[in-house]
Design a protein around this ligand. Structure first.
Ligand code: HXC
Ligand code: NAP
Length: 284
């Protein structure tokens, strides 16, 4: 589903954390289609290298793979230095790397909390800070896209470290949009609902019974398609969105509208039950 002019990202260099799998990889593919050069970074360097080779052959553009654990601030600095030196500049950053799993919160150890906060909140902050400093020093514009979640604003049980970390990411997005706008640095976030990926599904929807619980709360009655999110991400990375900053874009088939509405549970009421309720009302 292509909705942009070819080459709208021509020669832009975009760094995507967690770009070797899932939604990260789908965004990378859309950026390459639109003419960007891309760097992908995560912990599994071998996997990244094979994805980089496959995609650079498929799209005829450069894909550079670099290993990093975003929880390690010094490693993030070295990773950004490596990518900047390789391409001569970085124009955009997508903070997509994340860690998450479902668990009753009282069962979590401090290490489990740290693992998620470290990847999502600290990792996103380190990458943004390191690149932001470089953009400000070099006096060049930059664009950051943070991948959040819908429950970053509503909160959610059973994924509490993720909810807390993603809420921090949203606060950082808005705060830095305000502070760094004067440097022509834009920051936005996408809040996705459910999009099937191996990483999320194995950890968050591990059985058909659990997944079924979620299906009912999406008004459009389907999960997201990767291309739909990739198009929104591409828009936010191009100059078409030049006046957009500090915003969070929900893409969830109406799920958060449904879960946020007290009476939406009435979806369960059958037409016969509505007839009976109407008859009761008419009788007074
Ligand atoms: C309870 C758990 C756990 C679980 C790990 N831990 N999994 N505790 N329930 N399911 C605990 C471990 O016991 C350990 O604590 C601590 O967490 C660290 O675990 P490690 O395995 O050593 O961590 P690490 O190898 O660093 O892996 C990080 C991870 C892992 C977050 C735990 O899941 C990961 O690598 N995830 C990356 C990819 C990912 O999560 N993708 C999904 C993103 S989807 P102790 O105390 O025992 O040492 C998303 C939003 C989806 O974010 C929304 C859908 C709608
Ligand atoms: P995914 O494939 O598991 O993506 C997570 C990526 O993060 C992986 O590529 C992983 O690579 C990388 N990563 C994890 N820990 C890292 C670390 N310490 N350092 C560097 N990289 C690390 O899952 P996904 O579903 O595509 O998720 C992508 C983004 O979308 C995440 O921000 C997630 O929160 C968000 N999201 C997803 C959904 C959904 O339904 N899928 C819904 C809402 C939000 P390595 O293992 O190689 O490090």
């Amino acid at each position: 589903m292509q909705m942009f002019k070819d080459n709208v990202l021509k020669d832009k260099v975009i760094l995507v954390t967690g770009g070797g799998t899932g939604l990260g990889r789908s965004m990378v593919e859309r950026f390459l289609e639109l003419g960007a050069k891309v760097a992908i970074s995560s912990r599994r360097k071998e996997l990244l290298e094979s994805v980089a080779l496959e995609l650079s052959e498929k799209y005829g553009r450069e894909v550079y793979a670099v290993g990093v654990d975003v929880r390690d601030a010094a490693a993030v600095t070295a990773m950004i230095e490596e990518v900047w030196t390789h391409f001569g500049q970085i124009d955009g950053l997508v903070n997509n790397a994340a860690g998450n799993f479902i668990s009753p919160t009282e069962r979590l150890s401090p290490r489990a909390v740290d693992a998620v906060l470290g990847i999502v909140l600290h990792g996103t902050f380190y990458c943004t800070l390191e690149l932001g400093k470089r953009w400000i020093a070099a006096k060049i514009p930059g664009v950051v896209l943070n991948i959040a979640t819908t429950y970053a604003t509503s909160g959610s049980g059973y994924v509490v470290p993720s909810a807390a970390a993603k809420a921090g990411v949203v606060a950082m997005t808005k705060s830095l949009a305000a502070e760094w706008g004067k440097y022509q640095i834009r920051l936005n976030a996408i809040a996705p609902g459910p999009f099937p990926t191996e990483g999320a599904w194995t950890r968050l929807m591990p059985t058909p019974e659990i997944k079924e619980l979620f299906d009912k709360q999406i008004p459009l009655r389907r999960v997201g398609e990767h291309g739909e999110l990739a198009n929104l991400a591409a828009y936010l990375m191009t100059d078409y969105s030049g006046f957009v900053t500090g915003s969070v874009f929900t893409i969830d088939g109406g799920e958060s509208a449904w879960t946020g509405g007290e009476f939406n549970v009435l979806d369960e009421v059958t037409p016969q039950q509505w007839d009976a309720l109407e008859a009761m009302r008419k009788k007074g």
